[in-house]
Design a binder for this molecule. Structure first.
Ligand code: ADP
Ligand code: MG
Length: 698
């Protein structure tokens, strides 16, 4: 391995930049690149390369990179046919890194991929780094190095700030920067990585974690080259106090893979990615535009004091207060329950009948009093249940002056205030006032609520990071010897039992007489199941006979088993429970062991009410997974039903997570479906189990 010529920090902040194919014509790629470098005030040495010109944009031009002297970074936006020769010349000239904007390489098929491999080999042999190809380059707002042809650089000014971004799509990155700039956000460095032939997303993520100018990191990810690097980098970002937000493409494809087990069909790689983000405290967003606004909020607003707090909504129109409050539940947010001190403050300004949230400032005794508004918002920002204040402003007199109150209140209160300018053009004066004050605003209530969800996820991540690492529960025995391939129910249950997970008592029988003896040993009523490794869903084939009260019923059920090759029958105690959960474990290549919990039984794929996390788990993680299920109210006791034994479910899930962690890649997948959950204090029991083991038994 040849030593690399430049660090990433120096690639992003080069002292000298050559533009290959530079031109005076801004209609050409090379013309735009040099135009943007000059326009945005690149402070280093700028070297146009063009064999047909003596000077470009008033700078001396060189016929080839070899004639230009030492250059840190060369930007290439040349036709693909010339690319290899140009990269070779750069390598020979001692260039530190090439930013290759040229596309139609690996992105265009095998021929392009071969060329990309050639270019990479040239670079590697020289110790020259590559960004791209097929990228839009780098914006470095902190050091005013715009190494890009992106049209977002048409903006008169690109504001420097704390958001660092890495994107696998250059065009999307440009759009996100333009959205950020509209809202007054500032950026440190934005890097488009394109095909990632050499430098990849995780390299730049690592750079941003260490970059002093970057306070918040936003990522657009299509696929990670090396997912194993991602989790540890998220941990480092958290240790550095830098929130990481990401959008990952491919959400809708989740679960598309044909699956042998429930767990495989419910826990695709998007789900595994989401679980990893949650476990490491990264904020996964669905909408890239919301991601950049949330990154800005984390950069310029105070953080939420803690997760799970309520919101105050304040507006001067009844319509916007009510419609905003109506949108909260679907966004997973809630209005706060105000404390007595807050109510007392509100009573000073309005009749008792209006002392509630959302607050309509039209109800102030003296009209829409500025003093009253400020006093109430101050009280909100000190209330123990109010994490943030949302201010959806509709058209009203003096919008700009009213908007200008909030930056100061927010700073004083030390909690986020999300100001929404819901009007279009007439709201621009208010927007300008907030840009002047370096304070974020939103154009739509839905954006502000999306941002709040992201802030909530950040606060949850902060909370989780404060917990001690997962601890191995006591009483885990030696796992039984495991054959490779599909286990029978009895084998899978023995594995679960070795980890202390309660399973139904069962006896394997080879004849109806043996089955009757087994039933007598277990005690009626019993369950009879036909055993076959080849069968995935036993009940679909009529292989499960429940609640058999006596020997006669058992004989009849035995006789009614379908005519398929069976390895025997399993006689089981008939268990009872109040709810059915599915517990699953799976090795996700690139991500490691994962566990899942959800609404179980035969309808799991239909309900798709599941939560996934990397293994092993802490009890707190397992409890949080259960609370996020749609089924949670049932577990918690709803409408006079008893609360169920959540502790037993937590215990089983934690133990399964250690099983998954211990077996590692050998555990291809495992389901306990269902785990019957009884009333609080009465425990849980797995009545079915299935597992697929890979590789050799140790
Ligand atoms: P499969 O999932 O392969 O179709 P199961 O063993 O899960 O077969 O049985 C189907 C359903 O029968 C379970 O979802 C559960 O509701 C019920 N069941 C199975 N075994 C028992 C048992 N031992 N006690 C009580 N109910 C059971
Ligand atoms: Mg089952």
């Amino acid at each position: 391995m040849v030593e690399t010529r430049l660090t990433l920090a120096r690639i992003v902040s080069p002292h000298s930049v050559a533009v290959i194919g530079a031109s005076d014509d801004v209609g050409k790629f090379g013309g735009r690149v040099i135009h943007y470098l000059i326009k945005h005030g690149f402070p280093g040495r700028l070297v146009p390369i063009n064999p047909n010109r003596a000077s470009i944009r008033g700078l001396p031009a060189f016929p080839s990179i070899g004639a230009a002297g030492q250059v840190d970074v060369a930007i290439l936006a040349v036709p693909v046919a010339h690319l290899l020769r140009q990269v070779e010349e750069c390598a020979a000239a001692g260039v530190g890194a090439c930013i290759v904007i040229t596309g139609k390489l690996a992105d265009a098929g095998p021929e392009g991929a071969a060329l990309e491999a050639q270019i990479l080999a040239v670079a590697r042999n020289a110790g020259m780094r590559l960004v791209g190809p097929n990228c839009l380059g780098i914006f470095n707002m902190t050091d005013r190095a715009m190494l890009s042809s992106s049209l977002v650089l048409e903006a008169a000014e690109v504001k420097a700030g704390g958001i660092g971004m890495v994107s696998q799509s250059g065009a999307l990155m440009g759009t996100l920067v333009s959205i950020g700039l509209h809202h007054g956000a500032g950026f440190s460095r934005c890097i488009s990585v394109g095909n990632q032939a050499d430098l990849e997303l995780c390299d730049f993520l690592e750079y941003l974690v260490e970059d002093p100018a970057t306070r918040v990191i936003a990522l657009y990810i299509e696929g990670l080259k090396d997912p194993a690097r991602f989790g540890p980098l998220l941990r480092r970002a958290r240790a550095a106090g830098k929130p990481v937000l990401c959008v990952k493409a491919g959400r809708s494809a989740a679960g598309a893979q044909a699956a042998r087990s429930h767990t495989a069909s419910l826990a695709g790689s998007y789900a595994a990615f989401a679980a990893l983000c949650r476990a490491e405290g990264a904020v996964l967003c669905e909408d890239p535009a919301v991601m950049v606004q949330a990154a800005d909020a984390l950069d310029r607003l105070p953080r939420l004091p803690a997760p799970g707090m309520g919101l105050a909504v304040v507006a001067s129109s009844g319509g916007s207060t009510v419609t905003t409050a109506d949108m909260l539940p679907a966004a997973g947010l809630r209005l706060a329950e105000m404390g007595e001190a807050t109510r007392a403050e509100m009573r000073r300004w309005m009749p008792e009948s209006h002392v509630h949230l959302p607050l309509d400032t039209g109800s102030f005794d003296d009209g829409t009093s500025e003093a009253g508004l400020a006093a109430c918002v101050r009280a909100f920002l000190a209330d123990p249940d109010i994490g943030a204040v949302v201010v959806p402003m509709t058209t009203q007199p003096a919008m700009a002056a009213r908007a200008a109150l909030f930056p100061g209140l927010c700073r004083e209160g030390g909690r986020p205030v999300l100001f929404v300018m819901t009007a279009a053009e007439v709201g621009n004066a208010a927007r300008d006032a907030l840009r002047q004050a370096d304070f974020p605003f939103y154009d739509r209530v839905s954006d502000a609520l999306g941002v709040l969800r992201a802030l909530e996820a950040e606060a949850e991540g902060r909370d989780r990071a404060a917990l001690p690492p997962p601890a191995r529960p006591p009483g885990i025995g030696h796992p039984p010897r495991l054959p490779a391939g599909a286990l029978t129910e009895a084998e899978a249950k023995a594995l679960a039992a070795a980890y202390g997970i309660p399973v139904t008592r069962g006896i394997l029988a080879r004849s109806v007489e043996e089955a009757i003896l087994a039933a007598e040993a277990i005690g009626y009523p019993v369950v009879l199941k036909g055993v076959s490794r080849a069968v995935v869903h036993k009940s679909d084939l009529g292989l499960v006979k429940l609640n058999l009260p006596n020997a006669a019923a058992l004989r009849a059920a035995y006789a009614a088993l379908p005519d398929i090759r069976l390895e025997g029958v399993l006689v089981q105690e008939m268990a009872r429970g109040e709810a059915e959960l599915i517990l699953g474990a799976r090795w996700e290549p690139g991500f490691g062991p994962m566990v899942l919990v959800g609404a179980g039984g035969v309808l799991v794929e239909l309900l798709r009410d599941v939560q996934l996390m990397p293994a092993p788990l802490r009890p707190e993680d397992a409890a949080a997974m259960l609370r996020r299920l749609a089924l949670w109210p049932v577990l918690d006791g709803v409408r006079g039903r008893p609360a169920l034994d959540v502790r037993a479910a937590v215990e089983a899930l934690v133990r399964l997570s250690w099983l998954a962690a211990d077996l590692g890649p050998r555990l291809i997948e495992m389901d306990l479906n269902p785990l019957l959950l009884r009333a609080a204090g009465r425990g849980a029991v797995a009545v079915d189990a299935r597992a697929t083991i890979g590789g050799e038994s140790p």
